[in-house]
Design a protein around this ligand. Structure first.
Ligand code: 13P
Length: 343
């Protein structure tokens, strides 16, 4: 592993006008998404759906990399082409989710800690063999009157840092994803305080484990009001508070920040990103700000497809349109009237 390879990969992941497609849903999670549109969670259906996503003509114009789930990196498309080969043709770098999920944190009253460190070095070596260039690990932090606890923040930050160090040792860029959940009645001020504290812990642990900031990508949640908050903050406030939070916590050596959508609507997620990039021009921020959305890129694709092969092309167009709008947002060039324009 050389630092310059990590640096190059990280930079390419967040190239201006490009973002990351998260399509690393575990089998039970993709099952929930498929069920919502009346499709069975069979292997054939998962392959068909993921063939639509990655086979979308021109997707590489807006998407630098896609995060896969373990089964996908081993599978082939409906036409029998291995997914990593299709991605190479499309100019999309393969990434892989390597955590094994958020499990109950002992003695904590329902908080979660993400697992997956055991045997990770060997799994990473296998993923390198499949052509993976980067990885993802997601920690989840819930907010309520009692949460998050210091135990939860520290345990998750430590695991993220150990994961990130193992990735870099293997020549893979770690996407470090501490997600502060949107669920709850909390205000944007509480979201700000919790997100600052979460990211402080994460960068402290990354530093302690010797992780090279130049060779990683941060994937944070935005600073945003809880879904049940009676007075939800508007677009400008979300953008301002998110940038203020990042300025307090993220070292300038980190090349890029790729947000998750976290349950925001497709339009909201795009608008927030574009507004942040407009504000960033005045602030001369050191990092690229882009997207690594799952739901906010895939919602319309699933709605359009609904398991019908005759709708596959239309579903691909829906993905291309959404990816294009988010690519424009990564340059601060999105306007809501573009929603109506044809892909
Ligand atoms: P959402 O954009 O749907 O929040 O998903 C991002 C992700 O990768 C979750 O780990």
């Amino acid at each position: 592993m050389t630092l310059s390879t990590l640096r190059q990969t990280a930079k390419a992941m967040v190239e201006p006008g490009q973002g990351i497609l998260a399509m690393d849903e575990s089998t039970p999670t993709v099952g929930k998404r498929l069920k919502a549109v009346g499709v069975d969670n069979s292997e054939d259906n998962r392959v068909a759906y993921r063939t639509i996503l990655l086979g979308t003509p021109g997707l590489g114009d807006y998407i630098s990399g896609a995060i896969l789930y373990d089964e996908t990196i081993r599978q082939s498309t409906t036409d029998g082409e291995p997914f990593p080969a299709l991605m190479q043709r499309q100019g999309i770098m393969p990434g892989i989710k390597v955590d094994t999920g958020a499990k109950d944190l002992a003695l904590s009253g329902g908080e979660k800690v993400t697992e997956g460190l055991d045997g990770l070095r060997d799994r990473l070596a296998e993923y390198v063999g499949f052509g993976a260039k980067f990885c993802k690990w997601r920690a989840v932090i819930a907010i309520d009157e009692e949460k998050p606890s210091r135990a939860c923040l520290e345990a998750n930050a430590h695991a993220l840092a150990r994961y990130a160090a193992l990735c870099q040792e293997a020549g893979l860029v770690p996407i470090v994803e501490p997600e502060v959940l949107i669920n709850g009645a909390h205000t944007i001020e509480t979201s700000y305080d919790v997100t600052v504290e979460t990211q402080r812990q994460v960068f402290e642990q990354l530093y302690r484990q010797g992780v090279h900031f130049e060779g990683m990508i941060l994937k944070p949640s935005m600073v945003i009001s809880g879904t049940d908050c009676p007075q939800r903050a508007g677009v400008e406030q979300v953008a301002e508070q998110t940038l203020r939070c990042l300025q307090q916590t993220v070292p300038s050596a980190v090349p890029g920040i790729a947000f998750l959508s976290g349950g925001q609507s497709d339009e909201e997620a795009t608008q927030h990103l574009s507004t942040m990039n407009q504000m960033a021009r005045e602030l001369s921020l050191p990092w690229q700000l882009t997207f690594s959305y799952a739901r906010a890129l895939q919602n319309q694709v699933l709605e359009t497809w609904r398991g019908d092969a005759a709708k596959a092309e239309q579903a691909s167009q829906a993905l291309l349109h959404r990816a294009k709008l988010n690519a424009l947002a990564s340059r601060g060039e999105y306007t809501p009237d573009m929603e109506r324009a044809a892909a």
